[in-house]
Design a protein around this ligand. Structure first.
Ligand code: SF4
Length: 331
């Protein structure tokens, strides 16, 4: 598999001084009555100008407390969709409409509906639990939505005599099976970023840095998770590193942009990204970055505020997705 080129400034963007862009964004935020939400996986300079930063769960909850008429969501499409669904009366903007998610795309709504129909045909009355990294169309077909932060709690709420279909992340699903003791039907999806960590290089880095600890996101495959010293969603990882007062070295098996948030929260530590596997072209990805998150740049944030687009518009299936999102994340 060859990796896409990732950069904070895309090739077709002319160079602009980041300080000028930040000044313009601050001015536009007031002029357009906008609040900026930024995921931990976008570039650090965008996180620094955001009003709220966090993981999917925290940002979904922050979105409902926004008081301005406009939300600019710097992240990927399904996150901006969730912000719109939870705030139908607000204008929700996303800096780049093409910022998708390989994991969400691995579970198309029509395929899920077909599979659910087949299970019903077999007389199996399953409860469908979806990771938040899914399109709104998929959410509208599900009973519960979870994030890596609340998945265990929601799984525990499903009555023990009901079968669970977990979509779309097979690795997170397998991890949840282990921690909850519940067997589930797992959709075979995966995230392109978390799938690519090199176990061999991670073990070598650990050996070469005595005392270091591996912290990993549960979207990583089992072979990485079984060597991790701590597993958690991004917010849980951030709190974990903050709990150590003495300087430590952490080997980070999640999107390397997360290191910006770690360094801000726990500057006493050293954070080293776990290297990725060798690509088809023979290169090693030393710094795993989500190419979709990397579509967010300061220039696009500025343009999006200025032009009032791209905007997330209400779709008919948002009504059903709204019920399940509110019940799962806000109640
Ligand atoms: S890191 Fe993976 S799961 Fe997260 S947005 Fe990127 S492709 Fe999707």
């Amino acid at each position: 598999m060859s990796l896409p080129v990732v950069s904070s400034q895309t090739a077709d963007e002319a160079y602009e001084d980041p300080l000028d862009l930040i000044e313009e964004i601050d001015r536009l935020k007031i002029e357009k009555d906008a609040t900026i939400l930024a995921h931990f996986y976008v570039d650090g300079d965008i996180q620094d100008i955001a009003d709220f930063t966090g993981d999917s769960l925290k940002l979904a909850r922050d979105a409902v407390n926004v008081t301005t008429s406009t939300i600019l969501f710097s992240g990927v499409h399904f996150m901006a969709e969730s912000a719109k669904i939870l705030n139908p009366e607000k204008k929700v903007l996303i800096p780049d409409l093409l910022a998708g998610c390989s994991l969400a795309e691995s579970c198309p709504a029509d395929k899920l509906a077909e599979f659910q129909q087949r299970l019903r045909g077999e007389g199996r009355d399953v409860v469908t639990v979806a990771y938040i990294n899914t399109s709104a169309a998929v959410k509208s077909l599900c009973d519960w939505i979870v994030t890596s932060g609340n998945a265990r709690e929601i799984i525990d709420r499903v009555p023990a005599d009901r079968e669970i279909l977990f979509v779309p992340d097979q690795h997170l699903g397998r991890y949840l099976e282990e921690v909850s003791g519940r067997k589930m039907i797992l959709w075979p999806g995966a995230c392109m970023v978390h799938e690519i960590f090199s176990l061999q290089d991670m073990l070598r880095a650990k050996r070469n840095t005595p005392g270091s600890m591996v912290i990993a996101h549960p979207e990583c495959p089992h072979n990485i998770l079984e060597h991790a010293d701590f597993i958690g969603g991004t917010e849980k990882l951030r709190r974990h590193v903050m709990s150590f007062e003495e300087p430590q070295t952490f080997l980070v098996a999640t999107d390397a942009a997360m290191i910006h948030a770690f360094e801000k929260s726990a500057p006493q530590h050293t954070f080293v990204p776990v290297p990725g596997i060798m690509t088809d072209s023979g290169e090693t990805c030393a710094c795993n970055r989500c190419p979709h998150m990397a579509r967010n740049t300061l220039a696009k944030v500025r343009d999006c505020l200025k032009n009032g687009e791209p905007e997330i518009h209400w779709q008919p299936y948002f009504d059903k997705a709204q019920d399940v999102l509110q019940r799962s994340l806000l109640d």
